[in-house]
Design a protein around this ligand. Structure first.
Ligand code: ZN
Ligand code: ZN
Ligand code: ZN
Ligand code: ZN
Ligand code: ZN
Ligand code: ZN
Ligand code: ZN
Length: 1760
């Protein structure tokens, strides 16, 4: 804390600082009579001199000095004074004697992980920090993990926050009671000093921070008395404050203008303003600062409120800065002692004069006037002090509640986010149940919150209802902010009390009054009137009303919970209050008008004259719905039966109660029937939300309940008649010939839908009994039933189920408690997610008319259920499941089923159905009626089975349906109608159901007969009636055919849409082929020529090889569908390809981008950057492709004129999508014919002879090149048979040559990031390099995946490599010969010293495979000069292979042992080992630094080290010479021997060296004597003469390790925790908002933020994009830690998101971390992603993702 005095910085500006003694100052203070005066004098003197000197480009040194001065001159004396001792020792002493409370109180940083136990937390706001969580029992429970938004603290140790286990291991109380008063533990002197010092400091800080500075210019410069600086200089700051109105861009732009700073400075200012809330942007005299101020105000004030700027005197700014430091200091000091903490609390809450006189009050009430940084500091102090002291937390809470209204009003005027408002502390206070209740009783908190809320929404209509339509932006903003109050209300009501007291009852009911006032303002708001004639002009605003409804829903539910916990008093009182409020507000129901009298089936009822389709109707009826909820509670708590006299049940007018909900339900039905089309989308949306899971509990569900309550209190006939009347269907059923409908009715279709909807409503009113209180069910039964019905639609993932279930106030749905009993879990594979499937035994609980099904859900579920029944060989009837019995209060509901009006309805519909077709009835209608009939039968059967005596049976449905219909024209009874319908051919679909009904009727009759005869005979129910299976099958077929036809039509309609997405739909397929690497056509290709040859003769290189020239290649152009043979002289065919730079093979991720002038002839063995080529394998004519590409270009130009940017591919860079598979491509590879098999020359030259000829030739070429053109005479002799002036015959047609150039230049451009230049000598080299690199990368993948070398590649890769290599071999034909000679001579010079070639790299700095490929491919050019015809080019290839192999052997031997401990293992001394040792000894003789290694070890390392090279070489020559591979390289991992023999090498590779030892020894010697070798072997710096290819000059060892993505932790929260402590590297310790992890190298980046933007190629890019250029050659994979989302980027404009490899226990990812289930690494998915990366598949994935989802294209990926 305190710095020792000896540490003073000698460079302090003033000598006075040096002589300062904190101790003496403290002593002087102790002696002072007026301490405040002394301290103030000290501060007045020093604060302005130390703090805030100057502004702008302050370096960190200056900041340090300021920090030091502050500590030594200002804080140290305070510490000395307080502790009366040396601060370090004093604080240690304090801490030692402290008995800390058991609260953890860790304050969360932004982004830190927090944990909440879903089993033990009192509510979801109770959280633990990671340390506490890991030390608690909750980690074994079901928990939820989230990232903190900052603020808030760990609740560990708070017994009220946890239902059990409130302590972690660390905070477990050690038994000793914490002292009652911690102050008594301190010495009286300390206490006294503490009081006085804390009072002075706190007052000082409060005065400075809360001084009203905004109003007057002169006041703002006035310092509190005693603080005026000795001399007042003309030094000012121009202070800029932040707001939430202006954007970063605006601020940066303005600043550059106003204070003429650079862009970077402006960004830095803006960042600080955003973070701290203010920043001085100019320092100088008043006028200078004022000038800047007026520019800023003028510039930003045009469209909106100007930015807040203030010119402040430097001394004021200095004191304010110190005030903040003093508050932080106080917060720090009290951490050492609970006693001091309490003293500070007492000081802070000490009352002065007047109401809000404490210092804390002052702070709170000025909160909205302070800047962000100041607020944060004092909020932090409040949390560390008042909220950590249980006694003072209470006192503070009271003050907070007292000031609640004012604080909220201030917040409303303020424009800062809530997180930095003191009002956000409510969560700390109100979620403590005892505290909340205390505040409710003493401070009327509930009422205060609600009234404050209501007051803020002032916009009302004439009836006093809220009016949200035509909201202005400012009102909308206010509405946004005021919603926080509902959050507070939720905290207060979160847990209903266990024990009620009378004061609590009184205050709750008073609060309820306020709440009812609020609901009254909502009752009937946003009414709608049906539009006829024309469409509405403007969609009315509906969202605000629904937002309010949605936010209030949990509160409404909680109020019901509170009522339920005290049924006898609170519930009854509440019920009365709601009822009376409702009757007050129902004045809107017309009573003046003449009631309407309805007569039907012998019953008569009177009702309103009202039609939904013509008058105003509202969807918002919260009062009715609250009453419905309470009514259910009356039934559930049995108050209604126990104390009927308490209830005003007699006063209820059921028709009045249900009137409004019924209208609302009718509205929905009419909307479904298409009667409200002209009212636009706003109404559709409202209806949607009315049924949506977020709202339905307190909307739709309650309306049904209200209808149930109403019906249970009425004559069922009357109820149904009113319903009919509201549905405007009464006349349909009441007319004399109801059973015959008019066919010419023009609204028939509409009417039919209405009848369906009405029947459905009746089914729901009678059948929906899964609410405790309606039916006799347990609470979990309701959830179970929801789940069963969701899973009846299809198997679902956990999160899908969760989304379909309503949450309670604790964000729980109860899903986990029942899911396992009804469903089985199916784990996910590498893609997809885990699914729950309904267990078949629950199928019988399926109800087709489940009230939460949408029509779409219903038909899907119906289809699924029928299908599963058919599969099980059952009939397809879907009768209703047996319902649970009704509760007593609603018992009479069942009578609806057998009332006369319903029977009349049923009769009518059945009668209509007798006639096939005609449109006067619908199948849905009939199905619903059958369902109702079945429900009635079930009811009767249940009654009969459960009765105790005869009188229990009140149900006689079976008897009633045998009566003939009552309408005059009626024909038969319902039963008779059913019997006649059973065999009606047009009702085949319903036959099973009708049969079921008739069977049940029979069963019931039997029971009745049996009981009347007292027989004990049991009826068997199993036997079904005989069926004529054929008829049924026929009908089923017909139905299927009809459905198929409909489906076809639908498909036709969607066809164009589908076509567009075809590729995206199938992208998995393309992807799969990559993943599985299945053998495909490529394997077939070489089976034919090889069949004749024996295995041993399969050789791919050298004169003995067998070529594939006889293979005719017939290919089809995907564009014109024409077939074409690949011939050198023919039309060029090309393969769509994508070329990219790649760092995937290198484990070194720090290489900086190399300069454009790089010499690519030599590749470093670490393979830092390569050029990778891939293809989707689709072939086109070159001309067809050119036409296609031109069309794409034209289209793109036209499109760009209309709208900017936005395709997934960049045409200007040559990118296009493969016309067939839409794979991202940027060039084409020409297809070339196979090479001819060499003619067998009898006597191929030996290595020695060949070397000699070749060297001679090179020498000749060297010299002849230097002579003037024309004459080709050289100084050196030309070897026999060679002609230097020979210009080889170009073997290709012009179109093929042109394509070779096209591809060469494309690779050149991408590979070297330069403009294409045909003259550049590096063009062919880059072409060769992409051959070598692509082969190496594929070899590596095959090796790591244990795939056979040949035959396991998918054909797209096979085709790509084959055409690449053949392209490589023809590369030389399209460039000047001399260029190729030069390259060859340089390449050869590495192995065979050539004095004419300078700067040859040493062999340790070379990748031998690249060397091999380049030299073989360039040799052809040289060989073409051979006119002797005596040797084939293959001889050269073989010798080159031998030479390079020996060089690689030496390379491996040199590097194999560096830095490793030699473990001796006795070997048998095989020939290989002996020869290896021999070579090694030769090397050691000349390089003494080589360690001693055993022969066995040497050979095994050589074998392992050289294997990748041999495999890659085998692939290369296989493709070059079209040679068929031996069988065991195709089938298995490949034997060493067959690999060697395929390459024409001896299995003992050392023989290569031994047989030519005399020739090779000098060469080897020259290799190891290269000046670059020794330093590399020492691991030191490279030889100065040799340009390093890699910084650091590390030596590469073989085999190279495979590159992998970084290791990820198993538990995702570990990552979150890591990221939360990550700070932005650029803005001085500030937390990064979007910490992002590079999966390639493990770097953490500060993404998506201004602070970390850098310039790449003249463009500002975010940290991720910038990183890809150093880490991944432009391609990157990142994990956005806070979002749990993987980000792929490629280049500056392309990117996509990818599912992260972390899954929860339900096999789902949680992108955005919204659900908070614990996440664990899924290694398989991570491997899959890794493979994608190593296959260079990232750009392709991005391309497909962007094509599939156009919104991805618009994202500015480069800013991430
Ligand atoms: Zn903790
Ligand atoms: Zn703890
Ligand atoms: Zn727990
Ligand atoms: Zn074509
Ligand atoms: Zn393609
Ligand atoms: Zn990286
Ligand atoms: Zn940053």
């Amino acid at each position: 804390m305190a710095a020792a005095e000896s540490e003073q910085d000698p460079s302090s500006p003033s000598g006075e600082f040096l002589s300062f003694s904190a101790r003496d100052t403290a002593q002087r203070w102790l002696a002072a009579s007026d301490l405040k005066q002394e301290v103030y004098r000290h501060l007045a003197l020093y604060v302005p001199r130390i703090l805030c000197q100057g502004t702008g480009g302050r370096d960190s040194r200056e900041e340090q000095r300021e920090e030091l001065g502050c500590q030594l001159l200002l804080l140290a004396p305070l510490e000395w004074f307080l502790l009366g001792a040396e601060p370090g020792a004093g604080l240690a002493h304090l801490q030692q004697n402290n008995r800390p409370s058991a609260l953890c109180g860790h304050v969360f940083k932004v982004g830190e992980p927090t944990y909440s136990c879903r089993e033990c937390a009192a509510d979801p706001t109770c959280v633990l920090c990671m340390t506490c969580f890991l030390g608690s029992v909750h980690k074994e429970h079901r928990y939820r993990m989230t990232t903190s938004g900052g603020g808030g603290f760990c609740d560990c140790g708070d017994t009220e926050a946890w239902k059990s286990s409130p302590f972690c291991q660390t905070h477990l109380p050690d038994g000793g009671e914490a002292p009652e008063d911690p102050v008594s533990q301190l010495s009286p002197d300390l206490v006294a000093r503490g009081y006085s010092l804390f009072s002075i400091l706190l007052k000082y800080a409060v005065d400075l921070l809360t001084g009203d500075q905004q109003d007057q210019q002169d006041r703002q410069d006035r310092l509190p008395e005693g603080l005026e600086p000795p001399e007042r200089a003309d030094t000012y700051f121009c202070m800029l404050f932040n707001d939430e109105v202006h954007t970063y861009e605006q601020v940066i732009y303005t600043l550059q203008k106003a204070v003429s700073c650079s862009q970077r400075e402006a960004v830095s200012f803006a960042t600080t303003v955003d973070r701290d809330g203010r920043k001085s942007v100019r320092y100088g005299d008043f006028q200078f600062c004022d000038q800047a101020k007026s520019v800023i105000v003028r510039n930003t004030g045009r469209q909106s409120k100007p930015l807040r700027v203030q010119v402040m005197h430097s001394s004021v700014v200095a004191h304010q800065s110190f005030a903040l430091k003093a508050l932080s200091w106080l917060g720090g000091i009290i951490q050492y002692s609970d006693g001091l903490r309490r003293i500070l609390c007492q000081v802070g809450l000490q009352k002065g004069e007047g109401e809000n006189s404490t210092l804390v009050d002052h702070l709170m009430l000025n909160d909205s006037k302070m800047w962000k940084g100041a607020r944060n500091v004092y909020h932090q102090l409040l949390m560390n002090s008042l909220l950590m002291d249980l006694k003072f937390k209470k006192i503070f809470a009271i003050q907070f509640a007292k000031n609640y209204r004012r604080l909220q009003t201030d917040f409303m005027e303020d424009d800062h986010e809530r997180l930095v408002s003191v009002t956000s502390l409510s969560v700390q206070l109100f979620t403590v149940p005892t505290m909340a209740r205390m505040l409710m009783v003493d401070q009327d908190l509930m009422g205060t919150i609600i009234r404050t809320f209501v007051d803020q929404l002032r916009h009302r209509d004439l009836q006093g209802r809220f009016q949200f339509d035509r909201y202005t932006a400012q009102q909308a903003f206010r509405f946004q902010r005021v919603q926080n109050l509902i959050g507070d209300l939720k905290y207060v009501l979160m847990s209903p009390p266990d024990q009620w007291t009378d004061p609590l009852r009184i205050k709750f009911l008073e609060g309820l009054d306020a709440f009812l006032d609020l609901l009254r303002c909502m009752q009937g708001m946003d009414p709608v009137v049906r539009q006829v004639g024309q469409h509405i002009e403007m969609e009315p605003e509906w969202e605000a009303a629904f937002t309010l409804q949605m936010k209030l829903s949990p509160v409404i539910s909680m109020i019901q919970d509170w009522c339920r916990s005290d049924p006898e008093v609170v519930l009854v009182q509440a019920y009365r209050k709601v009822l009376s409020m409702l009757s007050q507000s129902s004045g809107g129901l017309p009573d003046g008008e003449q009631p309407l009298s309805l007569v039907l089936a012998g019953h008569q009822v009177e009702t309103f004259r009202y039609q939904v389709s013509q008058e105003r109707v509202s969807i918002h009826l919260p009062l009715c719905r609250l009453l419905a909820g309470l009514h259910v509670l009356l039934s559930r708590t049995e108050v209604a039966t126990r104390f009927p006299e308490q209830l005003p049940l007699g006063e209820l007018a059921p028709p009045l109660l249900m009137e409004l909900p019924l209208r609302c339900l009718v509205l929905c039905a009419q909307v479904h029937a298409g009667m409200w089309r002209r009212n636009g989308f706003s109404l559709i949306n409202q209806i949607y939300y009315y049924h949506n899971v977020k709202c339905r509990v307190e909307m739709f569900d309650k309306d049904i309940v209200m209808l149930q309550a109403g019906a249970s209190m009425m004559d069922p006939n009357h109820f149904l008649m009113i319903v009919l009347s509201r549905f405007e269907l009464f006349h349909v059923f009441s007319s004399a010939d109801a059973r015959k409908r008019y066919r010419d009715n023009k609204d028939l279709v509409q009417q039919n839908t209405l009848i369906e909807e009405m029947l459905h409503l009746i089914i729901m009113v009678i059948g929906e009994r899964y609410v405790a209180g309606i039916g006799q069910v347990q609470p979990l039964d309701e959830v179970r039933r929801e789940i069963i019905h969701q899973l009846s639609i299809r198997p679902m993932a956990h999160s899908e189920l969760l989304k379909a279930l309503p949450e309670n106030g604790n964000k729980e749905t109860g899903l986990e408690r029942v899911i396992d009993s009804v469903a089985s879990f199916k784990k996910p594979g590498v893609t997809g997610r885990g699914l729950y499937e309904l267990r078949p035994e629950w199928n019988k609980h399926f109800n087709l008319y489940f009230h939460h099904y949408s029509r779409a859900d219903q038909s899907k579920a119906e289809e699924a259920q029928r299908k599963s029944r058919r599969q099980n060989g059952e009939d397809t009837a879907l009768p209703p499941p047996p319902p649970p019995p009704l509760c007593h209060l609603l018992g009479s509901l069942v009578n609806l089923l057998q009332c006369d009006v319903l029977l009349a309805l049923e009769g009518a519909v059945l009668q209509w159905s007798v006639e096939p077709g005609g449109g006067s009835w619908t199948e849905s209608m009939l199905q619903r009626v059958l369902h109702l009939v079945a429900m009635a039968l079930l009811e009767e059967q249940q009654q009969l089975e459960n009765r105790c005596g005869e009188e229990d049976v009140t149900f006689s449905y079976t008897c009633k349906i045998t009566r003939p219909g009552e309408a005059p024209s009626s024909s038969g009874s319902i039963l008779a109608l059913l019997e006649s319908l059973q065999n009606a051919p047009h009702l085949e679909v319903h036959k099973d159901m009708i049969t079921w009904i008739l069977k049940t009727v029979g069963t019931i009759k039997t029971i009745r007969e049996r009981t009347s005869t007292s027989s004990t005979f049991t009826v068997s129910q199993g036997a079904g009636p005989e069926e004529t299976g054929r008829d049924r099958d026929k009908a089923e077929r017909k139905r299927k055919a009809e459905m198929a036809r409909l489906r076809r039509e639908k498909i036709m309609a969607q066809m164009s849409e589908m076509q567009k997405h075809f590729i995206n739909e199938n992208k998995d397929l393309f992807q799969q082929s990559l993943e599985e690497m299945e053998a495909s056509t490529s394997a077939a290709e070489y089976s034919s020529p090889s069949s004749a040859l024996t295995c041993a003769s399969k050789v791919c290189v050298g004169p003995r090889r067998v070529g594939g020239a006889d293979l005719r290649q017939l290919v089809t152009c995907i564009l014109c569908q024409e077939e074409q043979e690949v011939r050198g002289a023919g039309k060029a065919m090309v393969l769509a390809a994508f070329v990219q730079r790649s760092t995937v093979l290198s484990r070194n991720h720090t290489c900086t981008p190399e300069p454009a002038g790089r010499d690519p002839v030599f590749m470093h063995p670490d393979l830092p950057v390569g050029v990778h080529t891939a293809s989707c394998g689709h072939i086109m004519h070159a001309t067809c492709w050119q036409r296609y590409f031109e069309a794409v270009q034209v289209k793109e130009q036209r499109r760009q004129q209309r709208l900017r940017g936005n395709t997934s591919y960049d045409v200007e860079n040559g990118e296009f999508l493969c016309p067939l598979c839409e794979c991202l491509s940027n060039t084409v590879i020409p297809l070339l014919p196979h090479l001819a098999t060499p003619g067998h020359s009898p006597d191929p030259p030996s290595l020695e002879a060949w070397l000699q000829t070749t060297s001679q030739l090179i020498a000749a070429l060297h010299t002849c090149r230097k002579t003037p053109e024309g004459e080709l005479e050289g100084a050196e002799p030309v070897p026999e048979g060679f002609r230097l002036d020979f210009s080889p015959h170009r073997p290709f047609s012009s179109s093929i040559s042109e394509m070779i150039t096209t591809f060469s230049l494309a690779v050149f451009k991408v590979g070297l990031k330069v403009e294409p230049d045909e003259q550049d000598g590096r063009v062919p080299v880059v072409g060769w390099s992409t051959c070598a690199f692509s082969i190496q990368s594929i070899e590596r993948l095959l090796l790591d995946e244990d795939k056979p070398l040949f035959g396991s590649l998918p054909c797209r890769q096979d085709d790509c490599l084959s055409s690449l290599v053949r392209f490589g071999s023809a590369c030389w034909t399209s460039v000047p010969q001399n260029t190729v000679y030069t390259h060859f001579s340089r390449l050869l010079a590495v192995l065979v010293p050539d004095r004419r070639v300078e700067n040859s790299p040493c062999i340790l700095n070379l990748d031998m495979f690249h060397l091999l490929v380049y030299s073989v491919l360039s040799y052809s050019s040289l060989h073409s000069l051979d006119q002797s015809g005596r040797s084939s080019v293959d001889v050269g290839h073989l010798h080159l292979l031998h030479l390079v192999t020996v060089a690689h052997l030496v390379q491996v031997l040199l590097t194999c042992s560096t830095g490793e401990v030699c473990m001796d293992q006795d070997g048998g001394g095989s020939e290989e080992e002996q020869l290896t040792l021999q070579l090694y000894c030769f090397l050691r003789k000349h390089l003494s630094s080589l360690p001693d290694v055993s022969p066995w070890q040497l050979w095994s390392r050589v074998k392992a080290g050289i294997l990748p090279f041999l495999r890659a070489a085998a692939l290369f020559f296989h493709y070059l010479n079209s040679a068929a591979p031996p069988a065991d390289l195709v089938a298995g991992p490949g034997q060493w021997e067959s690999l060697c023999s395929f390459l024409s090498l001896p299995p003992n590779l050392l023989l290569l060296y031994q047989t030519h030892q005399d020739l090779l020894d000098p060469l080897v010697l020259s290799w190891i004597q290269h000046p670059g070798v020794p330093p590399l072997l020492r691991g030191g710096i490279q030889h100065p003469g040799v340009a390093p290819l890699l910084p650091g000059g590390r030596v590469t060892r073989f085999p190279r390790e495979s590159n992998r993505l970084i290791e990820l932790p198993e538990d995702y929260s570990v990552l979150i925790n890591q990221a939360s402590s990550f700070t932005c590297p650029r803005s001085g310790g500030d937390k990064s908002r979007a910490p992002t992890l590079c999966l390639v190298c493990g770097a953490m980046l500060c993404s998506q933020s201004y602070c970390c933007q850098t310039e790449v190629d003249g463009e500002d890019v975010g940290a991720c994009t910038a990183h890809t250029f150093t880490c991944g050659a432009g391609v990157g994979l990142f994990l956005r830690v806070r979002e749990s989302q993987v980000l792929f980027v490629a280049g500056k404009t392309k990117g996509c998101f990818y599912p992260p490899p972390y899954l929860d226990d339900y096999g789902e990812t949680d992108q955005g971390l919204k659900r908070g289930n614990p996440l664990h690494l899924c290694p398989d998915r991570y491997r899959k992603m890794e493979r994608l990366w190593r296959q260079h598949g990232i750009p392709e994935v991005i391309g497909h993702a962007q094509e599939a989802n156009q919104t991805l294209v618009a994202i500015d990926w480069q800013h991430l």
